[in-house]
Ligand binder design. Structure first.
Ligand code: NAD
Length: 491
């Protein structure tokens, strides 16, 4: 019980993430009684705000989100304090230390603290080492770090960041956020696989022909051009979210559902990922950049015309790739991934395509039969569908695909917690299962680095190569067509 009493320090408390995700999540936890009264939030950021200004902003952010404000907001806001903060100034950390000690006293908190880095990533390492040198992390309770993406720009910078963080926090105190791991249906992958006798025995290369993971955005880069133009879709999406979903789909069943066991299996799956050779990158990966197009009857900018984007930018806004996993379970089964901006709709879906039966009674040609599919809808709708073959009504000897749909978010829209809410609560409880371990980060960067090196050294001549409101460049179809497959529609 003592264990969820804590002070949460949010670095970057005037920023977008804090406003859109963190404050509403903390309020929801409070409403549900998941936080005791023994908690305090310290907002630290550059601006000269008073506690009151901060509280007004927190209140606005909660009212602007879709949550029902029914628990007493004023009582809630009393837990919020603000500290004007300069990340490279020792006295800021001394002030922080004093404030935390006062709050421990005031709210009867046993020295537990979470440091949440919701600030530009170049400050992550700096803040950690100042926290350490000013002994803010020295406490009789526990001390944890939550760190946002991006975790480095490549393996080398990620290693450097990790060394900096490890000066102040042990590996088991570091909670690396991948908010996809907080999504209800991403967490459900494990349950679908390991709690169902109709799937678990089939989950291998004898019965599955290929797996497709699509995460598409309908929006363009919006106001994140400055960051995105240096990152691109490979770093922004593939290194973290896409490979995390692949690891969950591919991993062996864990011995138990403990952090240690689940992570071990994910790490093993990522180790089995066949490393890309530079000369193979063009064969296995496709990049794209969106051009102009029409969205809802209005012409929208191409990527190179977006603000804070280089007008000759070679940054990819779309990636598709074919991954192979070299172990006994998956040898020969391609995992296709694709992700991009300005695609037809916002959607994250996983399609598991099963192999054909050895014999077909209903058609002369094998291709006429529809393969069985299991579709996991991660977002916008959460749920799953199964595509089976049934008898065509009235006609004998013919079949038709039948789709069984289960929508989990439809039943309980209001009570489906946000990813951030669940992850924050996990961290308060000390459960790191749904956060990425350093080994996962480093294995993912090793894989991605080969591709980004090849791409940086060969400027694409065909950019922009897809229109807004499309499913990316046509060449991404060829990845699958060469293997005799095609992308399944996402809607
Ligand atoms: P933001 O630019 O909106 O906010 C940055 C915050 O940092 C502000 O509170 C600002 O006052 C503070 N800050 C900046 N420089 C400072 C300094 N020198 N000293 C003290 N404070 C300083 O950024 P954001 O969108 O909230 O993103 C924060 C982090 O979260 C980034 O690492 C980003 O990649 C990550 N992230 C954001 C989102 C999102 O939806 N916004 C999603 C995923 C990850």
């Amino acid at each position: 019980e003592e264990n969820n009493k804590c002070v949460i320090v949010i670095f970057g408390a005037t920023g977008d993430l804090a406003k859109r995700k963190l404050f509403p999540s903390i309020y929801n936890l409070y409403k549900k009684g998941s936080l005791s009264e023994n908690f305090a939030i310290v907002g630290a950021a550059r601006r000269e705000w008073s506690d009151n200004t901060f509280r007004e902003n927190v209140a606005t952010s909660i009212q602007d989100s879709k949550i029902n404000v029914d628990a007493d907001l004023d009582d809630f806001l009393k837990h919020f304090h603000y500290l004007s903060f300069d990340v490279t100034n020792t006295s800021s950390y001394q002030n922080l230390h004093e404030l935390i000690n006062e709050l421990d006293e005031q709210f009867n908190i046993p020295g537990n603290r979470i440091f949440y880095m919701a600030m530009a990533p170049q400050f992550f390492g700096t803040i950690a080492s100042y926290l350490k040198s000013n002994e803010v992390t020295t406490t009789i309770g526990w001390s944890r770090l939550i760190i946002e993406k991006p975790f480095g720009h490549n393996l080398e910078s990620a290693q450097k960041l990790n060394i900096d963080l490890r000066e102040a926090f042990a590996e088991d105190e570091i909670y690396r956020i991948d908010h996809y791991l907080g999504k209800e249906m991403v967490q459900n992958i494990e349950v679908i696989r390991f709690a169902n006798a109709i799937f678990e025995p089939l989950w291998n290369n004898r019965y599955i022909s290929n797996i497709q993971v699509t995460s598409s955005e309908s929006l363009g880069v919006e106001d994140r051009g400055g960051y995105y133009d240096h990152a691109g879709a490979l770093r922004d999406m593939v290194q973290n979210h896409m490979l995390q979903m692949v690891a969950l789909l591919a991993m062996e069943p864990p011995n138990r559902l403990t952090t240690e066991e689940v992570r071990t299996e994910k790490i093993k799956a990522l180790r089995a990922l066949r490393p890309m050779k530079s000369e193979d990158v063009d064969r296995y990966f496709v990049r794209g950049q969106y051009g102009r197009g029409m969205v809802n009857g209005k012409e929208v900018n191409g990527y190179r015309e977006e603000s804070n984007v280089d007008p000759n930018s070679a940054t990819e806004t779309f990636v598709a790739g074919k991954l192979l996993i070299d172990n006994f379970r998956w040898a020969g089964v391609p995992f296709y991934i694709r992700t991009g901006k300005r695609m037809t709709e916002k959607s994250t879906k996983i399609v598991i395509e099963f192999k054909e039966l050895p014999m077909n009674l209903y058609y002369k040609s094998k291709d006429e039969m529809h393969p069985n599919l299991l579709i996991i809808h991660i977002q916008q709708d959460e749920g799953l569908s199964i595509v089976l073959n049934g008898k065509k009504v009235a006609l004998s000897g013919e079949t038709t695909p039948v789709k069984l749909d289960y929508c989990s978010s439809c039943q309980d829209v209001l009570n489906t917690p946000e990813a951030y809410e669940k992850l924050l609560y996990d961290c308060i409880l000390g459960d790191a299962t749904n956060f990425t371990h350093w080994d996962e980060v480093s294995l993912s960067w090793s894989f991605v680095d080969t591709i980004s090196k090849v791409w940086e050294n060969s400027i694409p001549t065909d950019f922009p190569n897809y229109e807004a409101q499309s499913m990316g460049p046509k060449i991404s179809d060829k990845l699958l067509a060469d293997d005799g497959f095609h992308w399944w529609p996402i809607s």
